[in-house]
Ligand binder design. Structure first.
Ligand SMILES: [Zn+2]
Length: 129
C-alpha cells in the first residue's frame, strides 16, 4: 500500500517545523485572514489573540503564574482593538452608534428627564408598599 500522501504530509510538516511555522507538529492550521498571534515571551508558545484573551490569560497565569502582559506584551492592546472593531456579530453596533451621533442634544436631555421622573415615581411606589 502506497503511503505517498501521508509521507508527503510528514515531509511538509517537517519542513514547516524547521521553518518555524505551523503548530508544534509542523501542521499549518488554516488561518482566517489576519489572525493576530501572540508569542509567549517565556516558552515561545504562540496563541491566538481574541477579544477576551481567555487562552492567553489561562496560559500566562496557569503555566507561568504571570500576568497576561508579562507573557504576551501588547496582546491586551490588540484584544482591545479587536473588541472595538465592528466585526462579526458586532455589525449591529455601528448603525446604533451612528444614530446616537445624529441625535439632537435637546432630545437627550428630554429623555433623561423622562427617565428620572419615571425612576422617581417607581421609587415612591416601592417606598409606600
Ligand atoms: Zn508560556
Amino acid at each position: 500500500m502506497p503511503e505517498s500522501n501521508k509521507a508527503a504530509k510528514k515531509r511538509v510538516q517537517k519542513a514547516n517545523r524547521a521553518a518555524g511555522i505551523g503548530d508544534e507538529t509542523g501542521r499549518i492550521v488554516r488561518v482566517k485572514e489576519a489572525a493576530q498571534m501572540a508569542r509567549c515571551t517565556i516558552c515561545q508558545l504562540e496563541l491566538k489573540i481574541t477579544k477576551t484573551n481567555t487562552e492567553l490569560k489561562a496560559h500566562a497565569e496557569g503555566k507561568h503564574g504571570k500576568t497576561l502582559d508579562e507573557c504576551f506584551p501588547g496582546a491586551a492592546a490588540i484584544a482591545a482593538e479587536l473588541a472595538a472593531k465592528p466585526g462579526k456579530g458586532g455589525a449591529a453596533a455601528a448603525p446604533a452608534a451612528a444614530k446616537k451621533g445624529g441625535k439632537k442634544k435637546g432630545g437627550d436631555i428630554g429623555d433623561l428627564d423622562d427617565l428620572l421622573a419615571a425612576g422617581l415615581n417607581v421609587g415612591k411606589k416601592k417606598g409606600k408598599k
